[in-house]
Design a protein around this ligand. Sequence first.
Ligand SMILES: CC(C)(COP(=O)(O)OP(=O)(O)OC[C@H]1O[C@@H](n2cnc3c(N)ncnc32)[C@H](O)[C@@H]1O)[C@@H](O)C(=O)NCCC(=O)NCCS
Ligand SMILES: Nc1ncnc2c1ncn2[C@@H]1O[C@H](COP(=O)(O)OP(=O)(O)OP(=O)(O)O)[C@@H](O)[C@H]1O
Length: 197
Amino acid sequence: MSFRLGLTGSIGMGKSTTAALFAEQGCAVWDADAAVHKLYGPGGAAVAPIGALWPEAISGGAVARPALKEIIAQDAGALPRIEAIVHPLVAQDRADFGRQSVAEITVFDIPLLYETGGTAQMDAVVCVFVAPEVQRARVLARGTMTEAQFAQILANQMPIAEKRRRADYEIETDTLSHARAQVQEVLRDIKVRLADA
Ligand SMILES: CC(C)(COP(=O)(O)OP(=O)(O)OC[C@H]1O[C@@H](n2cnc3c(N)ncnc32)[C@H](O)[C@@H]1O)[C@@H](O)C(=O)NCCC(=O)NCCS
Ligand SMILES: Nc1ncnc2c1ncn2[C@@H]1O[C@H](COP(=O)(O)OP(=O)(O)OP(=O)(O)O)[C@@H](O)[C@H]1O
């Protein structure tokens, strides 16, 4: 079976970028955010249950993220209800991918790995991190979230210090070349562990 490496961190700390570096080294990659995009898209399994609760969140047969963000901003109880719909569907997609993966190491990019108890399905966890002021600047530079939306998402995540403490490996995403070198180091270590097993 493929070695399952969970990849997590706080919002905008570089999970997707680091996942691409793992892919560059030959790992298979599964991406929780991409799975959510599929579930929210036309024909996706989350469209009907979300539309049943908030018809105004559906547009063209898909979940419209701007509308959903507006709903979350106005009703603090909305996000847990969305999560109750989305997380079991995401878990199913992840399990299907894991079963089919033939790569030596499969990376699971999961923002809420610790918050949703996903570590039980992982053989090891790597946490990406960067200074909070760099994180904030990067997230706001994308222009997809207001300061208030960023603060709300952040408040819904476990503090990064706690994630780093729990993880088996850490990768600082200050520069691309530094992150790439750390990815190579993590893979070397895992391969030694696999060879010893
Ligand atoms: C809140 C939504 C509408 C924001 O959409 P948007 O396209 O602006 O951002 P995107 O989905 O790329 O998320 C950006 C980052 O926010 C963080 N984040 C997203 N959802 C959550 C959440 N429920 N709790 C904490 N952090 C979250 C993650 O770090 C994620 O990588 C969207 O993330 C959503 O519908 N979330 C609920 C589903 C969920 O829990 N997804 C998380 C992965 S399973
Ligand atoms: N190692 C790095 N060096 C320089 N910039 C980086 C690095 N890693 C990520 N970034 C930049 O930080 C921003 C956020 O990165 P990325 O999208 O990978 O984060 P994420 O954790 O997947 O975000 P989200 O939680 O929103 O899904 C991007 O603009 C990206 O280019």
